[in-house]
Ligand binder design. Structure first.
Ligand SMILES: [Zn+2]
Length: 574
């Protein structure tokens, strides 16, 4: 760490952030009016700390779950409807059908039938025949990918059986943020509920006996004005026109302490320290708190990506997402999310703050407030520290997606005891150092040679899965050319190098994370690496005319890939 980093990290204190964690632990933040009240609380604290803040008013399309239940066999079971489930206050009745889930993939948003059900069903035709006209019950959570499939198969509804005694809130739409004309038709047209394990076991038994059930859901839906507080800290160096975006959601399920009052507190403390020390910043820093994360599928961050798209495109050098830091028992960093070009940076940052940390980086899923992939921002961090695997196993905890792996995630149990002062202090320093390392870098710290090697590995995997390595030869050749150019790249003068890297990310992030156009938003289900080329891996399942259709698909997407990579090479060697 250099002297500036050391001094700013030493300035991090728990005083202001912990007060916000405590205040948020008493403030539910899921109904639109309560969410706005929480924004006022953030604004008041920033003003008290002398940090100027702009509060944007955004119209967000939200779906707020009010109540749900399932009746079957003369019994009524408590349930929670995920956000965006179809509202059927009068109930929808149908026969139940149960298909066991692949228990290893309960948090997956894959639309791959084999991944969803393991060996339980032969193919999509079989599951379609079983599910049509029925209420589908399986293990898992409110899941957008699964919901979209059940709807396509003609199912009447979904009951997701959560793995434990608690019932978890969630979402079931693939629409990312406010819908446009392309997205709107994907809003779920079937009711979906989550029930706890005991209720689920009773319902599964009824399904096996050929029984029927009625699902009741009651949602509050529409467009709501929601507040988005944003702090802009000016940079004072040669790259002052550019900035880093650091962000997290402040709406939560119930009072959501571990997910995400601790993240909101982290953003508050970073704002305080960076505002007071802005003379030490080369680039600027924007810090933003999002509404609509839970009830609008990242509607706040998506609104910002849309409203400030051109500024982000031209001046934002990276986005850092802050979700669920500082949680109880979360002492490990073995699930740190980072793009490959940012992975070395993310690892170094964590190790600098926690020298003995176990750090492993992985590809961020199509989730969280990663609403900037279509613009093409280098990105790292999402969920923060987490429980060591051994401890999670010892506690017999199932997989969740926040709260540092505490299963209080998305339930009424996500209360003050889920936050941990010492871990929060440490995680706030990690976020601050990550921000500083981007804001103050002379040359942006992104490794495009590492990214080229990731692309080559992806291409090799898809070629092997296709049973024909030659299928992706054009993609492999151009990537080898890009790798050679990226390895030679270091010589460029800083201003030139930074401009080139910014241009590269606008090309390569969309290529690796999106299927739709820049400035649109991809649906909320799993996007494989280099999604355009992923069709090659599935060539085995196409025969006859379908194989020709798949060929056409691959030809077009490989064209996109090769043209984009050639542009990336020209960008580097210009
Ligand atoms: Zn969260």
């Amino acid at each position: 760490m250099d002297a500036i980093e050391r001094r700013l990290l030493d300035a991090v204190s728990l005083e202001a952030p912990w007060e916000l964690v405590e205040a948020f632990s008493r403030q539910p933040r899921w109904r639109p009016e309560d969410v706005n009240k929480a924004a006022d609380m953030i604004e008041a604290r920033l003003k008290a700390l002398g940090v100027p803040v702009t509060v944007h008013e955004a119209d967000l399309c939200l779906s707020i779950p009010l109540s749900a239940s399932v009746t079957a066999g003369g019994q009524t079971f408590k349930a929670k409807p995920p956000s965006s489930a179809l509202s059927v206050p009068g109930g929808r009745t149908a026969k139940l059908v149960y298909i066991p889930a692949n228990l290893k993939a309960l948090r997956s948003y894959s639309r791959d039938v084999t991944e969803l059900f393991g060996g339980a069903i032969a193919d999509e035709a079989e599951v379609r025949r079983l599910v049509a006209g029925k209420i589908f019950i399986t293990e898992g959570f409110g899941n957008p990918a699964l919901t979209s499939l059940v709807e396509e198969w003609g199912g009447a509804g979904v009951i997701a059986v959560n793995p434990g005694i608690d019932t978890h809130w969630g979402t079931c739409t693939t629409v990312w943020g406010n819908p446009d004309l392309d997205d709107a038709p994907r809003k779920p047209k079937i009711p979906v509920v989550a029930v706890n394990k005991p209720a689920g076991e009773a319902l599964i038994a009824m399904a096996r006996a050929g029984g029927e059930a009625t699902i009741f859901t009651e949602m509050l839906e529409g467009w709501f004005a929601q507040k988005i507080p944003v702090v802009r800290i000016p940079g004072h160096g040669p790259d002052r026109d550019d900035f880093v975006l650091v962000h997290g959601h402040y709406d939560s399920w119930d009072v959501g302490v571990g997910d995400n009052a601790t993240g909101d507190a982290t953003l508050l403390e970073l704002s305080r320290v960076l505002w007071a020390n802005q003379k030490d910043l080369n680039r600027g820093v924007a810090l933003a708190w999002w509404p609509g994360h839970s009830t609008g599928r990242y509607a706040g961050s998506t609104w910002f990506a849309d409203a400030f798209a051109i500024t982000l495109d031209e001046h934002c050098v990276a986005q850092i997402n802050c979700d669920s830091p500082g949680c109880r028992w979360a002492t490990s960093y073995h699930q740190t999310r980072a793009f490959t070009e940012c992975a070395g940076l993310a690892t170094d940052v964590i190790k600098a703050v926690v020298p003995d940390a176990v750090v492993q980086t992985m590809r961020p899923p199509q989730a969280g407030d990663y609403s900037f992939n279509n613009i093409g921002l280098p990105s790292f961090f999402m969920l923060s520290s987490t429980m060591p695997e051994a401890l999670r196993k010892e506690k017999n905890y199932y997989d969740v997606s926040g709260c540092g792996a505490n299963i209080a995630w998305h339930t009424e149990n996500d209360q003050l005891e889920i936050a941990d002062r010492d871990i929060l202090l440490r995680d706030m320093r990690i976020y601050l150092l990550g921000t500083l390392r981007v804001a103050n870098a002379t040359v942006l710290p992104f490794d495009y040679a590492a990214l080229a090697r990731e692309f080559l590995a992806t291409i090799e995997t898809y070629g092997k899965a296709a049973g024909d390595p030659e299928l992706l030869t054009p993609a492999r050749h151009v990537t080898e050319g890009f790798l050679a150019a990226a390895e030679k790249f270091h010589a460029a003068p800083p201003a030139d190098a930074n401009a080139k890297m910014k241009a590269l990310s606008r090309l390569l992030v969309p290529l690796n994370f999106t299927r739709t156009a820049r400035f649109a938003h991809d649906p909320a289900y799993t996007t494989p690496p280099l999604p355009g080329l992923a069709v090659a891996a599935e060539f085995g399942k196409y025969t006859g005319d379908a194989a020709l259709v798949a060929d056409t698909q691959l030809l077009r997407s490989q064209n996109r890939y090769v043209a984009t990579m050639r542009q990336a090479i020209r960008t580097l060697i210009r």
